[in-house]
Write a new protein. Structure first.
Length: 364
């Protein structure tokens, strides 16, 4: 009897353990199918002709739209959602894996008559206008004219909470909507006009603004000031870590009433006289720090009059969550003197900074 009793207890314990394991696995499975993010951010996703499901799911995971391509593949087979249609889809990271699969399985969701354009982070509005002209046939001149039209901007400001028409009503700006044309890959209808294109940029900016709404509200700076600072950080840094560190340096300099002395603001002041495609163009910026311009942070205190590029989310996040440090200076080893080209070094005193300039061969 004792042996049977032990055997019975063992079976009960084993069954309980199996139930717990099965429950844990099922919970893991459900989590893998849940949305990556609770906050909606639209993403253009293209399914290529002849692309199989495994390739599609791998790219979805790489783009952080699903959590686990293997488990989502299993779910697709169980649910009979293994077909995908060729075309352009608008997805967002608040969609569950099941919702994404159903979207990709819906032929009505696949758009095949759209033009994809990628607008790189850190580019000038005039560069975006050139891309639009090249791909959609809307003249760059017309796009820039619209982005400077105050009557149009006042209409937009009634719809987009981050735009301040009174701030943008300043003739000193090169392009008034510079900084607010959010960089991303967008799908446009072939007959899209300048208004539709502009609103596509601003719609995505609104998503980012809403995502960080509390951080914007908690800042002592206005939205325009924050985007202006983010644009400088975007231009100065090439990594997310350096963006946060450089943002911290600029905040420290502002707190001590030191001029920002950011060379990239001089680059924007030069504008049409600067060839950004030339890898040596920075030398022209370094040699022109006395240029008379409201964008030049060598001759003007505080921030420039407005944004100098269109910053991406990482740069915006960096100015909302900068690194705390005592650094007041930074310099990039652009020639790789210390071995790693582009590595940024930080200093707390001008003496330290000057030594780095001399060591790196960057004294002007």
């Amino acid at each position: 009897m004792k042996r049977k009793s032990r055997w019975k207890r063992w079976l009960i314990a084993a069954a309980a353990a199996l139930i717990l394991v099965a429950g844990a696995l099922y919970t893991y499975y459900l989590n893998a199918l849940s949305a990556v993010n609770e906050r909606r951010q639209d993403v253009v996703f293209v399914v290529e002709s002849g692309e199989n499901m495994d390739s599609v799911l791998t790219r979805l995971q790489d783009q952080n739209l699903i959590k686990n391509s293997f488990l989502v593949s299993l779910h697709a087979r169980i649910s009979g959602l293994t077909q995908t249609w060729e075309g352009v889809f608008t997805l967002n990271d608040s969609m569950s894996a099941d919702e994404i699969l159903r979207c990709l399985n819906d032929a009505d969701q696949a758009k095949t008559n759209q033009t994809l354009i990628t607008f790189p982070e850190g580019s000038w509005a005039k560069d975006y206008a050139a891309l639009i002209e090249e791909n959609l046939g809307i003249s760059a001149e017309d796009m820039i004219a619209q982005w400077n039209d105050m009557e149009y901007i006042r209409t937009l400001a009634q719809e987009y909470s981050f735009l301040d028409a009174d701030v943008l009503d300043n003739d000193a700006y090169r392009i008034r909507l510079e900084g607010y044309l959010f960089p991303e890959t967008y799908a446009f209808d072939e007959d899209a006009d300048a208004d539709a294109v502009t609103r596509t940029f601003l719609d995505h900016f609104q998503e980012i603004y809403d995502k960080y709404a509390q951080d914007f509200a908690d800042s002592d700076m206005s939205v325009h000031q924050l985007i202006t600072l983010a644009s400088i950080v975007q231009y100065e840094a090439s990594s997310e870590a350096d963006m946060r560190a450089i943002a911290g340096v600029f905040y420290n300099r502002l707190a001590q009433n030191m001029p920002l002395q950011s060379t990239v603001t001089v680059c924007y002041a030069l504008y049409d006289d600067l060839d950004r495609s030339d890898s040596e163009s920075w030398r022209a910026c370094e040699a022109s720090t006395d240029i008379d311009s409201p964008y030049n942070t060598y001759v003007n205190e505080g921030l420039p009059v407005g944004p100098i590029v269109n910053p991406g989310e990482q740069a915006i996040n960096a100015v909302l969550h900068p690194d705390e440090s005592d650094y007041l200076y930074f310099i990039a080893d652009i020639n790789g003197v210390r071995g790693e080209a582009g590595k940024v070094y930080y200093s707390t005193t001008y003496e330290e900074h000057r030594k780095l300039q001399e060591e790196l061969g960057l004294v002007f």
